[in-house]
Design a protein around this ligand. Structure first.
Ligand SMILES: [Fe+2]
Length: 418
C-alpha cells in the first residue's frame, strides 16, 4: 500500500490514466472498424488515427524519455502518427490520414495495449520523476482533447454518408424547454486578473496570469438559440453584405453557405450524433463559423465578447452544465447561464500569447504557441468536452471559417445600457 506522497500521486495518476484511456474506447464503442478509417476533409481525422496518435504521444514523449530499455511497438508508427511536432521528426500528410487502411484498427488497439502496459510499469516502479509525471498529465489532457475531436470528426464523417447513421444509439434524450428573451448583465469593468490561477493542470497558453483592462460592457445571459439564428436567416442575413466582415462575405459566397452546418435545406432538421432530428428553436445554435457568429452579432446590434470579458463573467460560475458526461452530445435549451458546455463560444479575441508567455521546453513547445496566428479564441467547452477538462481560463482556438466543432454564440454590448 502506497504511503509516501509521491507514491500516492503516482497511484492516483495510474488510475486516472487507466480510466481516461478506457473512456476513449468507450466513446466509440458503437462504431464498426470501417467507420474508423474515413477522412472527409483535412480538418477531420479518422477515429483510428486519433486512437493511434494519442498513444504515440505517450510513447514518444514519455516512454522513450523515461522507461529504460523501452523499444517502440513499430518504428513506422512514429512517422504515421506524429501530428505536427516537426522537432520530433517528419510526419504523414494530414489530409491523407484517411488513406491509411493499414495498420488495421486491431493493430492500433494492440498498440494502445502495448503502450498502456509500459506506462503503468513506469508508474508502478516509481521510475517516473516530476517531469515525467507532468508529461503524462499533459498526455491525458491531450487525450481528452482528442476524445472531443473523435466525436466531432465522426459526426462530420457520418453527415457525409447518405444513411446518416447515429454515432451512438444510447444517448440521453434531449430535454426541451422554453427560454426567456435574450438579456444582458452588466459586466465587471476595470483591471482584472486573467489566466490560470488554480491548483492542478493548465495548458501553457493559459499562462502567465496577468492584468487585463475591461471597458464598460454588458454580456449575454445565455447562448443564442436556433430560433434567434433562424430570424437572422429569414431576414436575409446571408444575403446582406452589410453584416459581414470582408473575409466572411468572401467565405460564405465561395462556399454558398446559407445556414449552420448540418441543417437541412428546409432549415427543419439537423444531423446530430444520434442521427437526424428536428431543430429545437430553444436550443443553442451550433456549427457556425466565427464569420457567421460575428455577422449575427452585428445584425443583432451587438458584438461578440472579448475572451477577457468572457473569463471574468464565467469565473463567477462553477463548471457545470451540458458536458460530455450528460451524454446528450448535443446542445440543449437551458435557463442557466450556459458558460460551460453546450458549445464553444466564439470571442472577438485573436488567439495570441499572454504577456510574458513562454511555451513548454523542447518538442512540447510546439503544442500551443506556434498556432498563435490567424485564429480566434473560443471558450467554455462543449457538450462533448469532459467535465474534468474544462475551466474558466481554458482557451481553445479555431480558424474563423471552422464550423465542424460545436461552436456557438454569446452576445455582448458596449456600455452599461439603460
Ligand atoms: Fe494531438
Amino acid at each position: 500500500m502506497a504511503t509516501h506522497p509521491a507514491d500516492i500521486a503516482a497511484a492516483a495518476l495510474s488510475e486516472r490514466y487507466r480510466t481516461t484511456r478506457e473512456q476513449s474506447l468507450a466513446l466509440i464503442s458503437e462504431l464498426q472498424p470501417e467507420d474508423t478509417v474515413v477522412q472527409t476533409m483535412p480538418d477531420v481525422s479518422p477515429t483510428k488515427w486519433h486512437l493511434a496518435h494519442v498513444t504515440w504521444f505517450f510513447e514518444r514523449f514519455v516512454l522513450e524519455l523515461g522507461l529504460k530499455g523501452y523499444s517502440r511497438f513499430d518504428d513506422q508508427y512514429h512517422f504515421l502518427f506524429n501530428s505536427y511536432y516537426y522537432t520530433a521528426g517528419q510526419m504523414h500528410a494530414r489530409p491523407k490520414r484517411g488513406l491509411l487502411s493499414r495498420p488495421t484498427l486491431s493493430q492500433v488497439l494492440d498498440y494502445r495495449s502495448y503502450v498502456d502496459t509500459a506506462i503503468q510499469q513506469l508508474l508502478q516502479t516509481n521510475a517516473a520523476d516530476d517531469k515525467l509525471i507532468s508529461i503524462i498529465t499533459l498526455g491525458l489532457n491531450h487525450e481528452r482533447q482528442h476524445q472531443e475531436l473523435m466525436l466531432t470528426d465522426i459526426k462530420h464523417v457520418f453527415s457525409c454518408n447518405p444513411l446518416h447513421p447515429p454515432v451512438s444509439r444510447s444517448l440521453e434524450p434531449v430535454p426541451t424547454k422554453d427560454v426567456a428573451a435574450y438579456s444582458y448583465s452588466t459586466g465587471d469593468e476595470g483591471i482584472h486578473p486573467i489566466g490560470f490561477n488554480e491548483s492542478g493542470f493548465a495548458f501553457d497558453n493559459e499562462t502567465p496570469r496577468h492584468d487585463a483592462l475591461l471597458q464598460e460592457h454588458r454580456i449575454g445571459d445565455r447562448l443564442v438559440t436556433n430560433g434567434e439564428y433562424r430570424e437572422f436567416i429569414e431576414d436575409g442575413g446571408y444575403e446582406n453584405s452589410e453584416h459581414w466582415l470582408s473575409d466572411g462575405w468572401a467565405t460564405i459566397s465561395e462556399n454558398a453557405w446559407q445556414r449552420p452546418l448540418y441543417w437541412d435545406e428546409k432549415n427543419e432538421n439537423e444531423f446530430t450524433l444520434s442521427g437526424d432530428r428536428a431543430i429545437d428553436d430553444n436550443a443553442p445554435v451550433c456549427h457556425v463559423s466565427f464569420y457567421e457568429a460575428d455577422a449575427f452579432a452585428r445584425w443583432s446590434g451587438a458584438r461578440l465578447p472579448t475572451e477577457f470579458e468572457w473569463e471574468v463573467a464565467a469565473g463567477k460560475h462553477g463548471v457545470g452544465g451540458n458536458l460530455m458526461e450528460s451524454r446528450h452530445w448535443h446542445p440543449v435549451a437551458s435557463s442557466g447561464p450556459q458558460f460551460f458546455g453546450d458549445v464553444w463560444e466564439w470571442t472577438s479575441s485573436s488567439y495570441a500569447p499572454y504577456p510574458g508567455f513562454r511555451p513548454l521546453e523542447g518538442s512540447l513547445g510546439e503544442y500551443n504557441g506556434k498556432f498563435m496566428c490567424n485564429q480566434m479564441t473560443v471558450r467554455g467547452g462543449s457538450c462533448v468536452s469532459a467535465r474534468d477538462h474544462i475551466r474558466s481560463s481554458y482557451r481553445s482556438f479555431f480558424y474563423p471559417d471552422a464550423r465542424w466543432q460545436f461552436l456557438g454564440i454569446r452576445l455582448a454590448k458596449d456600455g452599461h445600457g439603460s
